[in-house]
Each structure stands twice: as structure tokens, then as C-alpha cells.
Design a protein around this ligand. Sequence first.
Ligand code: F6P
Length: 323
Amino acid sequence: MKSIAVLTSGGDAPGMNAAIRAVTRTALTRGWDVYGVQHGFAGLMSGDLKKMGPRDVGGIIQQGGTVLGSARAPEFKSEEGRKKALRHLNQLGIEGLVVIGGNGSQTGGEALFKMGFPVVGVASTIDNDLVGSEITIGVDTALNIALEAIDRLKVTASSHNRAFLVEVMGRDCGYLALMSGIAGGAEAILIPEMEKTPAEVAEILKSAYAKGKAHAIIVVAEGCTNNADELIKYFKEREAELGFEIRAIQLGHVQRGGTPGAFDRLLATRLGAAAVKSLDRGEYGVIVGLNKGQITTTPYTEVTGKHKSLDLGLMDLAKELDG
Ligand code: F6P
């Protein structure tokens, strides 16, 4: 292999830049050419690729977001779109591709691999729903951002005797909500994998008030049937019986925009380098991830179209800890 391309795709995740840097530098060390694709698969289809040297990835390890840009590219789902991408790769003599992203992005990578192109994926999404890596790039930073928000909300909630509904991202997966809820000492955690009715949440709030708590924090995953928007209407009408005044906040994209912490920088660096090594030894059609402390490869066939399951035993732990 003499020349590869790298792209970031789907929702950006803190640590993507560290992964781009690791891919680029590890490949350059091998004497390969490296092309950065702008805006994910969209840039691959439009031929928006630029050759990168070691300085192009200097000073980015500490930056959130992605210097290559990202996009969701529905056109890539069509064979025509993928053929366009292949044409650009072939014209530039590129022989391998590293796809840094989550579920949708790796599905795109697999489609290209099935057309005969060597692709290796790097597990990166704040949702942590990707099979093939126990933890994905961006999760730890996003979790810490959610946690900082919860800690701050608790302060103001206590001053005013209020309850806060804090909606966190995660698409259909409750990982961010569950972990930030436990680490933030939330009174209730609502996740799509184990829904609670508004009436059940109301009981939790009433009980917290009766116990003399000065605040209550309810962490809600955005993928719940009753998200924060729905719940706030229900609770606003019942404030008098709940005891607490109630407020809702959606953390949204704030969770994605952070400066990557040490964990994500290290994970991204290890996975980025591992992706290049995988291409080098001719192991394609896999994603690189972290499992039981080791860097591993998992075939696309075991990754795409699936969702990693959540350890629901942690919901019991959260309940046990409610004082
Ligand atoms: O997959 C990452 C993620 O941030 C999800 O948690 C969220 O549902 C989605 O992306 C938001 O997508 P967009 O940035 O396109 O609004």
C-alpha cells in the first residue's frame, strides 16, 4: 500500500482530530501518501480530497470537532454515489480508506468495501452504540460535559427547590443518559431501553420531595418516547402536587463540541494508528476498537446494522443509590 485517504463522517465527536492526526502520521511514517477527504462521504463523491503532510495535522490533537469536516451524505446510499467516490479514489491512486465515525458511517464504509475497496473503520461516536468497541471516541468527553452541566444545574436547583429534566443526546441509545445519571447522582434516569411512564417519574419526584431533598435531577435520553419536551408539559400541570417547581433543559450539541479529554485523545490516537496497521497487514473490512483494554479488529459483518446492548443492571445500581 502506498497511498490512503481518511475521512470523518456523521456526527462529530471530540477526539476525531486526534484520530486524523494518528492516521496521517502513522501512514506518513510508512512512506505512504495521505489524502484528507473534506466533509465525509460527500467530499469523496465530489472529489474534495487534499494531500496532507505532517504539519497539516499539527496542533489539532487538543481540538474538538474535525478539521476535515463531517456530513451526513444520503447520496452515498446509492450505488451511483459510491461509484463516483470510487472513481475519485482510483484517479488519485488511493489504495485504502480509513472511515472515522459511528454506525451510519461504518455502513457506508462497508458498502465501499463490498465493492472491492480496502476500508478500515475507526469507532467514533458519542452515542457509544457501535458494536466492536466497548467505548468509542468522544463518549468520555461528552459524558464529562453532560456531568458538568448536571453538577451546575444541581446547584441552582437546590437554591430554588426545583427539579430539572436534563435531556442528553444518544440517538436511540441510553448510554450517555445512564452513565451521566449515575455519575451525576440523578434521582431518576430515563432511557429508551427501559422506559418509565410520566406517572412513574412523578412518583419519584414526589418521593424525593417528601424525603426533604432540596432538588431533583431527572436525566432523560433524547431517544425516549417521552423526551424532555413531552415530560415538561405533563409536570408543569402538576407542579403543586409534585412539590418541586420544574424546569427542562436540552444539552443537545453542546455535548459534541468539547475539547477532547485525555481518555479520548489516547483512544483516538491508538485506534487511528491501529487502522493504518490493519491496512498495512491487509486486514480490511473491519473496524478497530477497544475491548477488554486491547485494540481489536471486528469484521463489518458483525458491526453494521446492530446496536451494542446496554448493561441494564446499572439501572438497579442507580436505584439502590437513591437515598
Ligand atoms: O450520533 C451522534 C448524535 O449526536 C446523536 O446523539 C444525535 O441524535 C445526532 O447525532 C444529532 O444529529 P445532528 O448533528 O445531525 O443533528
